[in-house]
Design a protein around this ligand. Structure first.
Ligand code: NAP
Ligand code: G3H
Length: 476
């Protein structure tokens, strides 16, 4: 029998009456079970968290940071152990999975340090009328209260840590809901916070299928802030259910790499391939389309194809570049996009092949805007290349997307790159590099259907705290 994992609630590890069996996507082997929490159990999580809030927020930043640094040390210590389970649970290459855990430890440490440096400000009156010169505003930041952190399957640990640590250092209490496929890894992350000795109720976990308990955990009146990363439809639903409560949504993307005539094509191809095919394309920030000037398209397609042909296809424990996708539904969806593009005349420059849920890395040249692949997010290893004749045409196609996460521009002409960046309707533009989150102190955000709110350690702390202004009339 495999291990029965438990939820961490009010300082105790707890089973539920119902459980969910988690299987390894790459092998179909059972990995363990996690509790499927009931509504009553969720109520208890929230009540425990709320009860722990007054004492936790009353601590100094240094005191809270001590717990959080300890959790980071434990994550660092256990990176191999957690990474090997993570690799199996979400079919991520072993090295990347261990890297996800160490990157999480770094974010957690950084958040603790950033919190310690948090400062309020004092504003003088007198800007609008002389009489108000007597006024001084002391502007402080206060925790929002109970933060519900929800992470996606592709970064169940890292995109949890990047929410939990900034929330905790700011004096908030946390309920963490990992993705079901990724919940064992999420509970291993919770073990680090438990071992760090956080007071009971400050940090808690909720497992269960989003389709079953998702709306309940979001709508619940105890929740003060929802910090979500995942798909756009689920994010939109959360936005509707949140009502007046603040939210942070990091959602899907269709990141474009725009390649101009003067680009260093070798560097460009290297970045595009790494950006498009890392973790088999299952990254929100993956390069999901290339918009290349026709005059250099042949050369770029050749270089990209040569590099894609060298990608290894295999199992997560072999550290293959391309591993089986998270489930059959995902592989069927990607296959559908590939078929649509091929049927409509796109030119595949690599073999089109599927074995089980493994989709071999596929590059399509001469993709046109009537193909689904030009607009839809595959979340799989397929890269459409669209040829364009001008910067304006590239901008028009880039901005026509419903998404607005990131873009890349490859060129030696920095003033032009800046001008293009100003016109792209996205959260971040990378010049001469692949689209990517991070480094993790940078702001990370999506425009349009790619999200709402800004992540990145300092920005996350900002988002999960409220301003409180205390105004003194000093003349009285
Ligand atoms: P997903 O299906 O939206 O699930 C994300 C999380 O939401 C999971 O924990 C899921 O739990 C939970 N959930 C499902 N239904 C819910 C509901 N009604 N209420 C509350 N939570 C609910 O996304 P995914 O398949 O895990 O991740 C892939 C998507 O995430 C892609 O679109 C990708 O672009 C996006 N993503 C975006 C970013 C970014 O920063 N912009 C980063 C990573 C991923 P269950 O697993 O139990 O269903
Ligand atoms: O999948 C979405 C992540 O936020 C992407 O992060 O660019 O570091 O892989 P990454």
């Amino acid at each position: 029998m495999t291990k029965q994992y438990k939820n961490y609630v009010n300082g105790e590890w707890k089973l539920s009456d119902e459980e969910i069996t988690i299987y390894e996507p790459a092998t179909g082997k059972e990995l363990g079970t996690v509790p499927a929490m009931s509504h009553e159990e969720v109520d208890y999580v929230y009540a425990s968290a709320k009860a722990a809030l007054p004492e936790w927020r009353a601590l100094s930043y240094i005191e809270r940071a001590a717990y959080i640094h300890k959790a980071a040390d434990i994550l660092e210590r256990d990176a191999e152990k957690i990474g090997s389970v993570l690799s199996k649970e979400i079919a991520k290459g072993l090295k990347s999975a261990v890297g996800e855990v160490t990157r999480t430890a770094e974010i957690v440490n950084f958040a603790a340090e950033e919190g310690v440096r948090a400062e309020g400000e004092v504003l003088e009156g007198g800007s609008f009328d002389a009489a108000s010169k007597r006024k001084i505003a002391v502007v402080r930041r206060e925790p929002v209260g109970l933060v519900l952190a929800i992470s996606p399957f592709n970064y169940p640990v890292n995109l949890a840590g990047s929410k939990i640590a900034p929330a905790l250092i700011s004096g908030n209490v946390v309920a963490f809901k990992p993705p079901t496929q990724g919940s064992i890894s999420g509970l291993l992350l919770a073990e680090a916070f438990a071992e760090a000795g956080l007071p009971a109720g400050v940090f808690n976990t909720i497992t269960g299928r989003g389709s079953v308990i998702g709306d309940y955990i979001v709508e619940h009146e105890a929740v003060d802030f929802i910090n979500f990363t995942g798909s756009t439809p689920v994010g939109e639903n959360i936005g509707r259910l949140a009502g007046m409560r603040p939210i942070m949504l990091e959602l899907g993307g269709k990141d474009a790499a725009i390649v101009l005539e003067d680009a260093d094509l070798e560097l460009t191809a290297k970045n595009i391939v790494a950006g498009a095919f890392g973790y088999s394309g299952q990254r929100c920030t993956a390069v999901k389309r290339v918009l290349v000037m026709d005059s250099v398209a042949d050369e770029l397609v050749k270089l990209v194809t040569e590099k894609v042909e060298k990608l290894s296809v295999g199992m997560p424990e072999e550290d293959a570049d391309i591993t089986p996708l998270i489930d059959t539904k995902a592989a069927d969806f990607v296959e559908g996009l590939i078929k649509d593009a091929a049927d409509k005349g796109a030119v595949a420059t690599t073999p089109i092949k599927r074995e089980g849920n493994t989709i071999y890395p596929t590059v399509f040249d001469k993709v046109t805007t009537d193909m689904r692949l030009a607009w839809e997010e595959p979340f799989g290893p397929v890269l459409p290349i669209i040829r364009v004749n001008s910067v304006d045409e590239a901008l028009e196609i880039a901005n026509e997307s419903e998404y607005g996460l990131q873009s890349s521009v490859f060129t030696q002409d920095f003033p032009l790159a800046l001008k293009i960046a100003e016109q792209l309707e996205v959260g971040t533009v990378h010049i001469n590099n692949k689209t990517q989150r991070g480094t993790d102190n940078f702001p990370f955000l999506g425009a349009k259907k790619s999200g709402a709110g800004v992540q990145g350690v300092k920005y996350s702390i900002h988002a999960m705290t409220n301003v409180k202004s205390v105004v003194f009339d000093i003349a009285k």
